[in-house]
Design a protein around this ligand. Sequence first.
Ligand code: HPA
Ligand code: ZN
Length: 324
Amino acid sequence: MRDFLKRLPKAELHLHIEGSLEPELMFALAERNGVALPYASVEEVRAAYDFSDLQSFLDLYFQGMSVLRTAEDFHDLAMDYFTRAHAEGVVHIEMHVDPQAHIARGVELAAVMEGLGRARRRAERELGMSTALILAFLRDRPAEEAMAVLESAAPYWELLDAVGLDSAERGNPPSKFVEVFERARRLGIPRVAHAGEEGPPEYIREALDQLDVCRIDHGVRCLEDSDLVARLRDEAVVLTVCPLSNVRLKVVETMAEHPFPQLLDAGLMLTINSDDPAYFGGGMLDNFLACHEAFGWSEEVFVTLASSAIEAAFVSDERREELR
Ligand code: HPA
Ligand code: ZN
């Protein structure tokens, strides 16, 4: 099964590029940029990745990205992940990026976009991989700040495949960002949002009704609301599920208790994703394998899930045909 899952062409729709920063690269970039880290070794970093919830992860995630300063750093970060993912049979990657987390540290948006842009072109040229870029807003920051970032990203609007919404979910409902997402809609930029990871099913509804999103990131808590499940099924809304992330952030206790099988039984459109592979114990292949071990799914189930990701990807008709 491992060989089959590795060979299966996989599209990843839910990845935070800053969450792909492996401790080894963190140390290398810290040295290159003269940034002090509160860890003595790579092993110490990994040992610190013992999370109790989303916020406890976010604290270390924002701390880890302090080593990212220049366009070269963002290029190296993305190429490091693209190369690893390519070796696991990933053929398309849609990455969230959190500009506010960099701008707040004095890193210009231009450096972020230039570095990621160079890595994307290189991945296409050297790995035959397609990529998409999702500019994410930090939902625990003011909506006005998100709007300012969207406006300041005007030189890059053409490069954006979507805008997204991430970071601390509880207490930060999608409705807070109605104006920002309406602005993106008028600019013709597609929209996605994290909802129903730690937050209630109502946040999924809000993301659909008030932000007009085409996909829900995570969405696993929809199962608490049967009317919502029926709606997600009828409207064929894609959920980008991240199984290992859900276990590591204690959304669920164990893989055996992960609700993926119930979501499948409900007839929803589902995809498997890694979220923050450097922090949650593995990339795409590890997430596929964890599902195989926990649920004993046949090859056919994985083919369906991989195919859903390709159908829901932000790619041209030509590229989708190549990926099929
Ligand atoms: N959830 C919400 N925000 C995030 C995550 C996540 O898993 N990873 C990075 N930002
Ligand atoms: Zn995420």
